[in-house]
Write a protein that binds this ligand. Sequence first.
Ligand SMILES: [Zn+2]
Ligand SMILES: [Zn+2]
Length: 144
Amino acid sequence: MEYGSILKCNKCNREYFLYLGNGMISFCEEQLFDFNNKYGNIIARSNNSGIVNMHELQEFLKLENVKINKNFKNDFYYCDKCKSFEIKFYYYLRNDSKLFVPKYRCKRCNHILNHTPKKNTHYSYYCCKCNVSIEDTGFVVEWD
Ligand SMILES: [Zn+2]
Ligand SMILES: [Zn+2]
């Protein structure tokens, strides 16, 4: 199952469709750690999202007993500086003693993005045209 959400700017009526689904490429945890899967593995997925700390990720993957959080997915990341948001591959890795969190930079201003789960109302999203906050229409589109 893949899904996306629709946000709308009340000023210019522009609609933002946000793709949030996991997608078939790495729907399963196994695929993320299958490095023969050129597109679906965790390095490719992180790279696709523009990860900054790739070297740290590669080193972490060499450790023993590395596990990923169960709710990895494409999710909202928000830039505090220019107030824009992007969809990135959200996950973290951990082993018995260490934690790895991917870092992504804002495309517009290069600032490090924060992961902001959609339901976190502490953040708002801005129309890139009008710079006013845009509303979640609550409309979620799902498809197989
Ligand atoms: Zn607008
Ligand atoms: Zn920014």
